[in-house]
Design a protein around this ligand. Structure first.
Ligand code: PLP
Length: 399
Protein backbone atom coordinates (compact mmCIF):
# COMPACT_ATOMS: atom_id res chain seq x y z
CA UNK A 1 0.00 0.00 0.00
CA UNK A 2 1.13 3.56 -0.66
CA UNK A 3 2.05 5.84 2.22
CA UNK A 4 -0.70 8.41 2.56
CA UNK A 5 1.31 10.84 4.72
CA UNK A 6 4.08 10.97 2.14
CA UNK A 7 1.92 13.09 -0.14
CA UNK A 8 1.66 15.91 2.42
CA UNK A 9 3.48 19.19 1.94
CA UNK A 10 5.22 21.12 4.72
CA UNK A 11 3.06 23.87 6.25
CA UNK A 12 4.63 27.35 6.41
CA UNK A 13 6.16 28.06 9.84
CA UNK A 14 4.35 30.42 12.22
CA UNK A 15 5.58 33.89 11.23
CA UNK A 16 6.63 34.96 14.71
CA UNK A 17 7.84 31.64 16.14
CA UNK A 18 9.77 31.11 12.87
CA UNK A 19 11.74 34.30 13.58
CA UNK A 20 12.77 32.91 16.96
CA UNK A 21 14.18 29.83 15.24
CA UNK A 22 16.25 32.09 12.97
CA UNK A 23 17.32 34.12 16.02
CA UNK A 24 18.51 31.00 17.86
CA UNK A 25 20.54 29.94 14.82
CA UNK A 26 22.20 33.40 14.49
CA UNK A 27 25.82 33.35 15.76
CA UNK A 28 26.17 37.15 16.19
CA UNK A 29 26.83 37.69 19.93
CA UNK A 30 25.06 41.08 19.81
CA UNK A 31 21.81 39.67 18.39
CA UNK A 32 18.49 40.91 19.79
CA UNK A 33 15.10 39.21 19.69
CA UNK A 34 12.33 41.82 19.78
CA UNK A 35 9.80 39.63 18.00
CA UNK A 36 8.10 37.34 20.51
CA UNK A 37 5.25 38.42 22.77
CA UNK A 38 6.64 37.56 26.18
CA UNK A 39 7.77 39.86 28.96
CA UNK A 40 11.48 39.93 29.80
CA UNK A 41 13.18 41.46 32.81
CA UNK A 42 16.47 43.39 32.86
CA UNK A 43 18.46 40.14 32.69
CA UNK A 44 16.56 38.99 29.60
CA UNK A 45 14.61 36.32 31.51
CA UNK A 46 10.88 35.68 31.54
CA UNK A 47 10.66 35.18 35.31
CA UNK A 48 8.21 33.19 37.41
CA UNK A 49 6.42 35.82 39.53
CA UNK A 50 7.07 35.57 43.26
CA UNK A 51 3.33 35.43 43.98
CA UNK A 52 3.10 32.44 41.60
CA UNK A 53 5.97 30.61 43.32
CA UNK A 54 4.34 31.24 46.70
CA UNK A 55 0.98 29.95 45.43
CA UNK A 56 2.62 26.86 43.94
CA UNK A 57 4.39 26.08 47.21
CA UNK A 58 1.06 26.30 48.98
CA UNK A 59 -0.63 24.14 46.35
CA UNK A 60 1.99 21.40 46.59
CA UNK A 61 1.39 21.20 50.32
CA UNK A 62 -2.37 21.49 50.29
CA UNK A 63 -3.61 20.08 46.98
CA UNK A 64 -5.48 16.87 47.65
CA UNK A 65 -6.30 15.58 44.19
CA UNK A 66 -5.41 15.66 40.54
CA UNK A 67 -8.90 14.50 39.66
CA UNK A 68 -10.64 16.04 36.66
CA UNK A 69 -12.00 19.56 36.92
CA UNK A 70 -15.58 20.10 35.78
CA UNK A 71 -15.97 20.86 32.05
CA UNK A 72 -16.26 24.57 32.79
CA UNK A 73 -13.29 24.56 35.17
CA UNK A 74 -12.45 25.52 38.71
CA UNK A 75 -15.30 27.45 40.42
CA UNK A 76 -13.10 29.65 42.54
CA UNK A 77 -11.02 30.65 39.52
CA UNK A 78 -14.14 31.39 37.47
CA UNK A 79 -15.46 33.73 40.17
CA UNK A 80 -12.17 35.62 40.25
CA UNK A 81 -12.21 36.03 36.46
CA UNK A 82 -15.72 37.43 36.69
CA UNK A 83 -14.65 39.94 39.35
CA UNK A 84 -11.63 41.09 37.35
CA UNK A 85 -13.53 41.59 34.11
CA UNK A 86 -16.95 42.86 35.15
CA UNK A 87 -18.25 45.51 37.52
CA UNK A 88 -21.44 45.25 39.58
CA UNK A 89 -23.73 46.52 36.82
CA UNK A 90 -24.26 43.07 35.30
CA UNK A 91 -26.21 40.50 37.35
CA UNK A 92 -24.15 37.40 38.10
CA UNK A 93 -26.82 35.06 36.74
CA UNK A 94 -26.35 36.66 33.32
CA UNK A 95 -22.61 35.84 33.20
CA UNK A 96 -21.26 32.37 32.37
CA UNK A 97 -17.51 31.94 32.86
CA UNK A 98 -15.62 28.89 31.69
CA UNK A 99 -11.94 28.21 32.28
CA UNK A 100 -10.03 27.56 29.03
CA UNK A 101 -6.50 26.58 28.02
CA UNK A 102 -5.15 30.14 27.59
CA UNK A 103 -6.59 33.04 25.68
CA UNK A 104 -6.14 31.11 22.45
CA UNK A 105 -8.32 28.30 23.77
CA UNK A 106 -10.88 30.91 24.80
CA UNK A 107 -10.94 32.41 21.31
CA UNK A 108 -11.36 28.99 19.72
CA UNK A 109 -14.23 28.02 22.06
CA UNK A 110 -15.87 31.40 21.39
CA UNK A 111 -15.47 30.94 17.63
CA UNK A 112 -16.96 27.44 17.77
CA UNK A 113 -19.85 28.82 19.82
CA UNK A 114 -20.59 31.61 17.33
CA UNK A 115 -20.45 29.25 14.36
CA UNK A 116 -22.46 26.39 15.83
CA UNK A 117 -25.06 28.46 17.68
CA UNK A 118 -25.52 31.70 15.75
CA UNK A 119 -24.80 31.02 12.07
CA UNK A 120 -25.21 32.84 9.77
CA UNK A 121 -22.73 35.12 11.45
CA UNK A 122 -19.48 36.81 10.46
CA UNK A 123 -16.84 38.34 12.67
CA UNK A 124 -15.23 41.70 11.93
CA UNK A 125 -11.58 42.01 12.88
CA UNK A 126 -9.36 45.11 12.96
CA UNK A 127 -6.66 45.80 10.37
CA UNK A 128 -4.13 44.93 11.59
CA UNK A 129 -4.75 42.43 14.36
CA UNK A 130 -2.90 39.57 16.10
CA UNK A 131 -2.11 37.18 13.24
CA UNK A 132 -3.59 34.20 15.04
CA UNK A 133 -7.08 35.76 15.14
CA UNK A 134 -7.56 35.13 11.42
CA UNK A 135 -6.11 31.63 11.71
CA UNK A 136 -8.29 30.63 14.66
CA UNK A 137 -11.47 31.87 13.01
CA UNK A 138 -10.56 30.16 9.74
CA UNK A 139 -9.94 26.90 11.60
CA UNK A 140 -13.40 27.21 13.18
CA UNK A 141 -14.97 28.05 9.79
CA UNK A 142 -16.05 31.43 11.13
CA UNK A 143 -16.00 33.96 8.31
CA UNK A 144 -13.79 36.93 9.21
CA UNK A 145 -13.98 40.33 7.53
CA UNK A 146 -11.66 43.28 8.11
CA UNK A 147 -12.58 46.67 9.54
CA UNK A 148 -10.30 49.72 9.41
CA UNK A 149 -8.25 50.46 12.50
CA UNK A 150 -4.73 51.79 11.94
CA UNK A 151 -4.56 55.15 10.15
CA UNK A 152 -2.63 55.70 6.94
CA UNK A 153 0.07 57.43 9.00
CA UNK A 154 0.62 54.05 10.79
CA UNK A 155 0.79 56.03 14.04
CA UNK A 156 -2.82 56.57 15.07
CA UNK A 157 -6.28 55.02 15.22
CA UNK A 158 -8.47 56.04 12.28
CA UNK A 159 -11.63 56.20 14.36
CA UNK A 160 -13.76 57.65 11.57
CA UNK A 161 -12.89 54.82 9.18
CA UNK A 162 -13.43 52.27 11.95
CA UNK A 163 -16.89 53.60 12.86
CA UNK A 164 -17.78 53.91 9.21
CA UNK A 165 -16.96 50.26 8.54
CA UNK A 166 -18.81 49.04 11.63
CA UNK A 167 -21.86 51.11 10.69
CA UNK A 168 -21.95 50.42 6.98
CA UNK A 169 -20.26 47.10 6.24
CA UNK A 170 -21.61 44.88 9.02
CA UNK A 171 -24.92 43.07 8.98
CA UNK A 172 -27.16 43.40 12.03
CA UNK A 173 -26.18 40.62 14.45
CA UNK A 174 -22.64 40.05 13.19
CA UNK A 175 -19.81 39.71 15.72
CA UNK A 176 -17.01 42.23 16.13
CA UNK A 177 -13.62 41.52 17.65
CA UNK A 178 -12.34 44.35 19.85
CA UNK A 179 -9.05 44.34 21.75
CA UNK A 180 -9.98 45.20 25.35
CA UNK A 181 -6.68 47.04 25.85
CA UNK A 182 -3.11 47.11 24.54
CA UNK A 183 -4.10 46.44 20.93
CA UNK A 184 -1.77 43.87 19.40
CA UNK A 185 0.22 44.67 17.26
CA UNK A 186 -0.19 48.46 17.33
CA UNK A 187 -0.35 49.36 21.04
CA UNK A 188 -2.90 51.98 19.95
CA UNK A 189 -6.15 51.90 21.95
CA UNK A 190 -9.30 54.01 21.60
CA UNK A 191 -9.65 56.90 24.06
CA UNK A 192 -12.51 56.81 26.59
CA UNK A 193 -14.56 59.09 24.30
CA UNK A 194 -13.85 56.88 21.26
CA UNK A 195 -14.90 53.76 23.23
CA UNK A 196 -18.28 55.46 23.76
CA UNK A 197 -18.67 56.02 20.03
CA UNK A 198 -17.68 52.42 19.31
CA UNK A 199 -20.15 51.15 21.93
CA UNK A 200 -22.92 53.21 20.35
CA UNK A 201 -22.40 51.67 16.90
CA UNK A 202 -22.08 48.17 18.37
CA UNK A 203 -25.47 48.67 20.08
CA UNK A 204 -27.14 50.26 17.05
CA UNK A 205 -26.17 47.34 14.78
CA UNK A 206 -26.78 44.71 17.51
CA UNK A 207 -23.24 43.47 16.98
CA UNK A 208 -21.98 40.83 19.38
CA UNK A 209 -18.73 42.13 20.82
CA UNK A 210 -15.98 39.54 21.21
CA UNK A 211 -13.59 41.31 23.53
CA UNK A 212 -10.07 39.91 23.49
CA UNK A 213 -8.62 40.83 26.88
CA UNK A 214 -5.13 39.32 26.84
CA UNK A 215 -3.22 42.20 28.46
CA UNK A 216 -5.28 43.37 31.44
CA UNK A 217 -2.89 45.33 33.67
CA UNK A 218 -0.25 45.96 31.00
CA UNK A 219 -1.76 49.29 29.86
CA UNK A 220 -2.59 51.54 32.80
CA UNK A 221 -3.66 49.08 35.52
CA UNK A 222 -6.08 46.25 36.25
CA UNK A 223 -9.18 48.44 36.70
CA UNK A 224 -8.09 51.16 34.27
CA UNK A 225 -7.63 48.65 31.45
CA UNK A 226 -11.21 47.42 31.81
CA UNK A 227 -12.76 50.84 31.18
CA UNK A 228 -13.16 50.49 27.39
CA UNK A 229 -14.52 46.97 27.64
CA UNK A 230 -17.02 48.01 30.33
CA UNK A 231 -18.16 50.95 28.19
CA UNK A 232 -19.10 48.45 25.49
CA UNK A 233 -20.71 46.07 28.01
CA UNK A 234 -22.82 48.98 29.32
CA UNK A 235 -24.31 49.48 25.87
CA UNK A 236 -25.27 45.89 25.02
CA UNK A 237 -27.07 42.89 26.54
CA UNK A 238 -24.91 40.20 24.95
CA UNK A 239 -21.14 39.89 24.74
CA UNK A 240 -18.22 37.48 25.01
CA UNK A 241 -14.92 38.26 26.73
CA UNK A 242 -11.81 36.12 26.18
CA UNK A 243 -9.32 36.51 29.04
CA UNK A 244 -5.75 35.32 29.40
CA UNK A 245 -3.40 35.20 32.38
CA UNK A 246 -0.38 34.36 30.22
CA UNK A 247 1.01 37.89 30.35
CA UNK A 248 -0.26 39.48 33.55
CA UNK A 249 0.63 36.45 35.71
CA UNK A 250 3.55 35.32 33.52
CA UNK A 251 1.80 31.93 33.25
CA UNK A 252 2.43 31.46 29.51
CA UNK A 253 3.05 27.72 29.56
CA UNK A 254 0.39 26.87 32.13
CA UNK A 255 -2.37 27.82 29.67
CA UNK A 256 -4.76 29.85 31.81
CA UNK A 257 -7.64 31.68 30.16
CA UNK A 258 -11.40 32.05 30.23
CA UNK A 259 -14.47 32.71 28.14
CA UNK A 260 -17.02 34.93 29.88
CA UNK A 261 -20.36 35.09 28.12
CA UNK A 262 -22.96 37.73 28.99
CA UNK A 263 -26.57 36.88 28.09
CA UNK A 264 -29.71 38.99 28.28
CA UNK A 265 -31.23 36.92 31.12
CA UNK A 266 -30.53 33.96 33.37
CA UNK A 267 -32.26 31.38 31.14
CA UNK A 268 -30.33 32.45 28.05
CA UNK A 269 -27.18 32.34 30.13
CA UNK A 270 -27.88 28.77 31.27
CA UNK A 271 -28.53 27.59 27.73
CA UNK A 272 -25.41 29.34 26.43
CA UNK A 273 -23.30 27.79 29.17
CA UNK A 274 -24.60 24.34 28.33
CA UNK A 275 -23.60 24.84 24.68
CA UNK A 276 -20.16 26.14 25.66
CA UNK A 277 -19.67 23.02 27.78
CA UNK A 278 -20.67 20.79 24.90
CA UNK A 279 -18.04 22.47 22.72
CA UNK A 280 -15.40 21.93 25.40
CA UNK A 281 -16.37 18.31 26.03
CA UNK A 282 -15.85 17.38 22.37
CA UNK A 283 -12.62 19.32 22.11
CA UNK A 284 -10.32 19.04 25.14
CA UNK A 285 -12.92 17.66 27.60
CA UNK A 286 -11.97 19.85 30.58
CA UNK A 287 -9.27 22.41 31.33
CA UNK A 288 -5.90 21.85 33.05
CA UNK A 289 -6.01 22.42 36.80
CA UNK A 290 -2.64 23.82 37.81
CA UNK A 291 -2.63 27.29 36.22
CA UNK A 292 -6.18 28.10 37.26
CA UNK A 293 -5.42 26.89 40.78
CA UNK A 294 -2.40 29.22 40.92
CA UNK A 295 -4.47 32.25 39.90
CA UNK A 296 -7.24 31.35 42.35
CA UNK A 297 -4.74 30.80 45.18
CA UNK A 298 -3.17 34.22 44.59
CA UNK A 299 -6.48 36.04 44.29
CA UNK A 300 -7.96 34.25 47.34
CA UNK A 301 -5.21 35.67 49.54
CA UNK A 302 -4.92 39.42 50.21
CA UNK A 303 -1.17 39.25 50.78
CA UNK A 304 -0.48 37.33 47.56
CA UNK A 305 -2.85 39.61 45.64
CA UNK A 306 -0.91 42.65 46.85
CA UNK A 307 2.32 40.92 45.78
CA UNK A 308 0.83 40.24 42.33
CA UNK A 309 -0.30 43.85 41.90
CA UNK A 310 3.18 45.03 42.80
CA UNK A 311 4.89 42.65 40.39
CA UNK A 312 2.46 43.53 37.61
CA UNK A 313 3.10 47.23 38.23
CA UNK A 314 6.82 46.59 38.03
CA UNK A 315 6.45 44.87 34.63
CA UNK A 316 4.22 47.67 33.32
CA UNK A 317 6.54 50.41 34.55
CA UNK A 318 9.61 48.73 33.11
CA UNK A 319 7.94 48.62 29.69
CA UNK A 320 6.99 52.31 29.93
CA UNK A 321 10.54 53.22 30.96
CA UNK A 322 12.09 51.26 28.07
CA UNK A 323 9.66 52.81 25.60
CA UNK A 324 10.70 56.27 26.84
CA UNK A 325 14.40 55.35 26.68
CA UNK A 326 13.98 54.18 23.10
CA UNK A 327 12.27 57.44 22.08
CA UNK A 328 14.94 59.54 23.80
CA UNK A 329 17.87 57.50 22.45
CA UNK A 330 16.44 57.69 18.90
CA UNK A 331 16.35 61.48 19.29
CA UNK A 332 19.94 61.51 20.49
CA UNK A 333 21.20 59.74 17.35
CA UNK A 334 20.84 63.24 15.89
CA UNK A 335 19.39 62.00 12.62
CA UNK A 336 16.03 63.64 13.27
CA UNK A 337 14.05 60.48 13.96
CA UNK A 338 11.06 61.43 16.05
CA UNK A 339 9.41 58.41 17.69
CA UNK A 340 7.44 60.58 20.11
CA UNK A 341 4.22 58.99 18.77
CA UNK A 342 5.19 55.76 20.53
CA UNK A 343 4.80 57.42 23.94
CA UNK A 344 0.99 57.06 24.02
CA UNK A 345 1.03 53.40 22.93
CA UNK A 346 -0.04 50.80 25.51
CA UNK A 347 1.30 47.43 26.47
CA UNK A 348 4.20 45.26 25.54
CA UNK A 349 4.40 46.26 21.87
CA UNK A 350 5.29 49.33 19.92
CA UNK A 351 4.30 49.74 16.32
CA UNK A 352 7.39 51.42 14.95
CA UNK A 353 6.24 52.27 11.45
CA UNK A 354 9.31 50.46 10.05
CA UNK A 355 8.65 48.92 6.64
CA UNK A 356 9.06 45.20 5.87
CA UNK A 357 12.25 46.09 3.95
CA UNK A 358 13.72 47.95 6.92
CA UNK A 359 12.74 45.06 9.19
CA UNK A 360 14.57 42.68 6.85
CA UNK A 361 17.65 44.86 6.85
CA UNK A 362 17.67 45.00 10.65
CA UNK A 363 17.74 41.22 10.68
CA UNK A 364 20.26 40.67 7.89
CA UNK A 365 22.74 43.43 8.74
CA UNK A 366 22.30 43.87 12.49
CA UNK A 367 20.89 40.56 13.80
CA UNK A 368 17.93 42.46 15.27
CA UNK A 369 14.73 40.44 14.93
CA UNK A 370 11.36 42.18 14.81
CA UNK A 371 8.07 41.19 13.19
CA UNK A 372 7.45 42.15 9.55
CA UNK A 373 4.66 44.54 10.51
CA UNK A 374 7.23 46.66 12.38
CA UNK A 375 5.91 45.54 15.77
CA UNK A 376 8.63 45.73 18.41
CA UNK A 377 8.43 43.90 21.73
CA UNK A 378 9.46 46.76 24.02
CA UNK A 379 9.95 44.31 26.91
CA UNK A 380 12.65 42.59 24.84
CA UNK A 381 14.74 45.79 24.76
CA UNK A 382 17.45 46.28 27.37
CA UNK A 383 19.08 49.31 28.88
CA UNK A 384 22.54 48.03 28.00
CA UNK A 385 21.80 47.48 24.31
CA UNK A 386 19.64 50.58 23.73
CA UNK A 387 22.26 52.62 21.83
CA UNK A 388 23.16 49.64 19.66
CA UNK A 389 19.47 49.15 18.83
CA UNK A 390 18.81 52.83 18.07
CA UNK A 391 21.89 53.22 15.87
CA UNK A 392 20.81 50.19 13.86
CA UNK A 393 17.25 51.50 13.50
CA UNK A 394 18.57 54.92 12.44
CA UNK A 395 20.88 53.32 9.88
CA UNK A 396 18.11 51.29 8.19
CA UNK A 397 15.86 54.36 8.10
CA UNK A 398 18.51 56.32 6.25
CA UNK A 399 19.54 53.70 3.73
N1 PLP B 1 -4.99 37.54 22.13
C1 PLP B 1 -3.96 38.36 21.85
C2 PLP B 1 -4.23 39.69 21.27
C3 PLP B 1 -2.65 37.96 22.12
O1 PLP B 1 -1.64 38.77 21.83
C4 PLP B 1 -2.43 36.67 22.68
C5 PLP B 1 -1.08 36.19 22.95
O2 PLP B 1 -0.10 36.58 22.38
C6 PLP B 1 -3.55 35.87 22.95
C7 PLP B 1 -4.80 36.34 22.66
C8 PLP B 1 -3.43 34.47 23.47
O3 PLP B 1 -2.78 34.30 24.62
P1 PLP B 1 -2.53 32.87 25.27
O4 PLP B 1 -1.05 32.70 25.27
O5 PLP B 1 -3.11 32.97 26.63
O6 PLP B 1 -3.20 31.84 24.46
Amino acid sequence: TSHRFSTLSVAPPDAILGLTEAFLADSNPDKMNLSVGVYKDASGQTPVLKCVKAAETKLIEEEKTKGYLPIDGYTDYRNHVRNLVFDETIEHDRIAVIQTPGGTGALRVAADFLVTQLTPIRIWIPTPTWANHGNIFAAAHLEAQPYSYLGADRKSLDIDAMLDDLKNKTRVGDAVLLHGCCHNPTGIDPTAAQWKEIAKVVAEKSLIPLLDFAYQGFGAGIAEDAVGLRTVLDAVDEAIVCSSFSKNFGLYSERVGAVSLVASDADACKASLSQLKRIVRTNYSNPPRHGGAIVATVLDDAGLTAMWTEELTEMRERITRLRGDFIDTMKSTGAGHDFEFLRSQNGMFSFSGLTPMQVDELKNKHSIYIVGSGRINVAGMSESKMSQLCEAVASVMES
